[in-house]
Design a protein around this ligand. Sequence first.
Ligand code: C2E
Ligand code: CA
Ligand code: CA
Length: 767
Amino acid sequence: MIWLMISLLLSGTVVLTVCCVYCIVKLKSNPLEKYVRRLLSCAVGVTLFNVSAIMIPVSKMSLIVFAIYNIFETLTIMSLLSFTRHYIGKTNGLGVLRLPVFIAAGIDAAILLINPFVNIVFKVERLSDDFGNVFFRTCDYSMLYTYHTALVMFMTVIVMTILLHKMIISPRAYVIKYSSLFISMCVLASLSFLHLYMDFKFDYSIALYALEGFMIFYFSLVYVPRGLMDRLMFFTVANMKDGIICVDIDGNIVYANTAAVEFCAADDSIKTLEEQLKVWKCNDIKDTNSIHIWEMTRRNRKETHYYTIEYRRIYDSIMKSLGYFFLIHDKTEEFLKYENEKYRATHDKLTGLYNKEYFYEVVETMMKENKDEEYNIIVTDVKNFKIVNDIFGVDEGDELLKKIADITRKLGGSYCVYARLTGDRFALCMPRSRYSEEALLACYSKADSFVENSSFKTHIHIGVYRVTDRNLRVSVMCDHAMLAIRTIKDSFRSRVAYYKTELRESFIGDHRIISEFETAIKNGHFRPYIQPQIASNGCIRGGEVLVRWFHPVDGMISPNSFIKILEQTGLISRLDRYMWEHACAQLKKWDEMGYKKSYLSVNISQKDFYLLDVYNVIISLIYKYNIDPSRLHLEVTESAIMDDPTNHLQLIARLRKRGFIVEIDDFGSGYSSLNMLKDLDADVLKIDMGFLQKTTNPAKSTIILKMIIALAKSLNMQVITEGVEKLDQVEFLSRFGCDIFQGFYFAKPVAVEDFEKLYLNKRFRMK
Ligand code: C2E
Ligand code: CA
Ligand code: CA
């Protein structure tokens, strides 16, 4: 018997050790692993020390080992209690037992450890079996041993109560899991009890520790109840957001979850699941043996839903078909999120039009796909958009952009691609067959009076590139259209400009001007020319200073070729200052020569107002050359004034107060002439030469000229007419009351020395 008992115990130890190692290697991630492992280790201790205590040949030693065995028994039950608390998942209520159990177990251990020396708990006796094998067992149990037994029993009862309670309240699928543990615990407890009261030679229950440990290991960490798995899977599928339809090999629907049923019910044209399957089989599944995944859109209760449908065959372990299933995934949310992100990446936030990058992409695709169609690229730009922002505020600026976006949208319709490129620039790509300049102008002029109750008129410039070279990048095509706009940028008259190859050349020329400007001004390549201004009696009163660039390679360049680009780059202020200084120096020289009455007019560019302190620069020049301010006439264009009327009108008033003569240059070329006059106090009105140039209706031009002269007179202003080229013009202008004439009829602009030689102090014959 002794060998049977020992073999049982040793095999139990091996089983428990194997389970322990398995836990460590395979089940590390399971949260219960720690508790199971602790329990198994204690059980290994129990069985090993029990074997040792029985077998050890010295009674004193046996007594010591029996004490350790008993301590391990307490530890095992404590570990079991701890495992059970975590196993059932509710640890809170039993937490209060922790401390008392620890104290009781501590006392128990202390008593057991001193027992070998004082024999106050139990003793050991030496026995032999029928075959003469010697072994030890415990005997003469005192009350203190009863304390140990009671402690173990108490914890065992708690564990069994917890398991029983769990068994009762758990769903049926969990019964095996909990009941197997409960029953094995009952057997273990009963055997221990029997051993205690029946006086067996051995405590056979110890052998059951291994079995109990294994069962705990298996049921808590390895076993998954079959019924439970089926139920869990069933409810998972039934509650899935995706629809599932399972079909057997005969084509009968075996199962469809709620989502699948709802999916079919939402479509009015399809009544049943069977009908739906028929439609899919006809339209979407070509080969029933392979996987098919397709997309579909459906309007469910006024909302559009987007689905992915997946068809798959199901095979068993020997690859025999069991049927097939459909998986219906409603991807509306992901789809809308994606669409939203795509929209944000491709559209302009303020106007909702395409952004630049997406415009380029779509236009490129459109041109590739429609090789026979010819296209125009149209770019629009708001003249002085900055002023809208500065004067009327950013919100008003935004509103204007939205208005232009609306116009562009309506104009573009469904056959154009359109976008907001940047800031105030919009672009359209339009089939040439649909293009009409009139329609374009009519649409964009709707934004003209955008700023209500104000004299400010929005002026939209339009640049058109007729796409001749499709190999160009779309961005370059837009640059071409922009280049066309540059030719009319400063004009209020022109609205549309077309790209021509020469523009590109002039663009390259512009770059040359900018890079050579510095050297030119340093080396005195800019020189003043003077064009005489003649009074109605023929006397030369003075002249307008006009710049000429004497280029070392290109020869003399007229200002029309470079003033605009210098204005755009801001370099103009350097040049103007230089010219003003020359004019002042010239006046000083004439002073010294005795020509104290001749004056010179200088041009003040619109940009000078922003780039220079015009007032102080001019005043300091007057001081420097010690000349009378009335001999320096200042020409300011009406568009320069209208750029920032409040400030510029104030500046003009200050200059006049200081004695300068202020002339309104190019009067009549802008848009707001008459309106401006009511706020403006100037000395001279210089009528734009446009009135004298060839028009379809010269009679009307003459009437207007007459009226303007009369108007200027009644406003106490002198009148200069520029561009006088013919005698008859001199005659009728004289009749209308024009005070001063400037034009090729009298003289072209000439070098300063020539002016002095030819015109200073000269008198023209007026008839
Ligand atoms: P603007 O101020 O209107 O100057 C008059 C322009 O008309 C001059 O052209 C002059 O040569 C031209 N002109 C004069 N009489 C006649 C005529 O009978 N028939 C025709 N067809 N043209 C006539 P220019 O010198 O080529 O200057 C062109 C423009 O360049 C000027 O127009 C002015 O706006 C600008 N500019 C010239 N010099 C300067 C300067 O130093 N500073 C600034 N800011 N602009 C200047
Ligand atoms: Ca001028
Ligand atoms: Ca002029």
